[in-house]
Design a protein around this ligand. Sequence first.
Ligand code: PLP
Length: 470
Amino acid sequence: MQYISTRGSAPALDFEGVTLAGLASDGGLYVPQEWPRFTEAEIAGLAGLLYPELAARIMTPFVGSALSADELRELCTAAYGRFAHDAVTPLKQFDEQQWLLELFHGPTLAFKDVALQLLGRLFETFLSRREAHLTIVGATSGDTGSAAIDAVAGRDKIDIFMLHPKGRVSDVQRRQMTTVLAPNVHNIAIDGSFDDAQASVKRMFNDPAMASSKGGRFRIGAVNSINWARLMAQVVYYFAAALQLGAPHRKVAFSVPTGNFGDVFAGYVAARMGLPIERLIVATNVNDILHRALANGDYSAGTVTPTAAPSMDIQVSSNFERLLFDCGGRDGATMAKQMHGFETTKAMQLTNAQREGAAGLFTSARADADDMARAMRWASEAAGDIIDPHTAIGLHAARQSGIAADIPVVTLATAHPAKFPDAVERATGTRPSLPPRVGDLFAREERFDELSGDYDALAAYVAERATESD
Ligand SMILES: *Cc1c(COP(=O)(O)O)cnc(C)c1O
């Protein structure tokens, strides 16, 4: 399988290449050259497989010849062996129509583990073949940081530098990062906001002194959802859930709490592969750029409003570019022009083809603080289930979607409620407790450095500690 950039001018790469590259060199995102299709009979044949085996089958066409069948199966078995539930992503029933897909049984309690546990192992496999070293630099508003650190801690050929905005992540989220004391893990608290941290990271990817793709000293890698391998791993649980609910003989709808459009784009990929999906409901909080874009074609970024669902407090949804590319006729040159316009003005209109293409599968909804709290209370009162604020936004959207009563609607539960105990307690009166697998998180030693938001100080910090690329 070859991958091409949404902006048309970066070289095509194979699966190993896109996994290590992250962002394409023309600023675009990599997508498969064509979508693999499973027939109805092939999908029916996937029913009943254990999760790691299902994962290997779904990923095989994307991986192509980059891994042998045995290698891929072993990586999946190891990655999903880290999950606390045997089903990996179990389904729960709320009522006749509403279901919950629990994606938070991994080591760091959010759905990011599903992809990052695999990605860490893919990095290690590909780097040892090349005798190469990878320097991961990322910024996190909470969940990606801990999941990425857990996935790569102690791995030989990888250093990870994770920036979090000082004082702006929850105690649980910070401790999940800073109590990992492996020598290849470098936590940095940055003075400033998440956006400031993210801006420094982006600058490093383009710094000719630092990034090997620009002639610099370090092979800089990405762990956020611009990395194709993350989306590929997330396609699997759409199949897992739909198969349990009767696919391919019955359609299923999904409601997805959305920030960077990564998780819900994986649902789109599942549909392109042949999984009969009735609807994908894009659920946003008051940071509703995606809701506006899907409802009336207006993709324009405002300022970020902090909410009780911080992982969705995003104004620019990177992966939306993948959808616009695919729906808009896969024209890289036009896409590059459209995105450069957006980068300049922070606003753009979708084309008719993009709007119509998206409307075939997606609807959207926006939840404010009251909607979110009400959904948490409903889950608690109607089903005795405590859900997190992000999941609550998905459930709100699912319950008001108007989907025909005979079609199951599955809300993706993206985080464990104990990651956000204050918001959950405010809404439901119940304070969720951390599951035993996180251990003595609050007793462990923390280690992190503090840096000002200054880019040169960050670059010097990384250069002093990272290993040169090859
Ligand atoms: C990352 C995250 C999201 C948003 O996922 P995207 O792939 O960015 O759309 C939603 N909920 C939680 C808990 C998250 O950590």
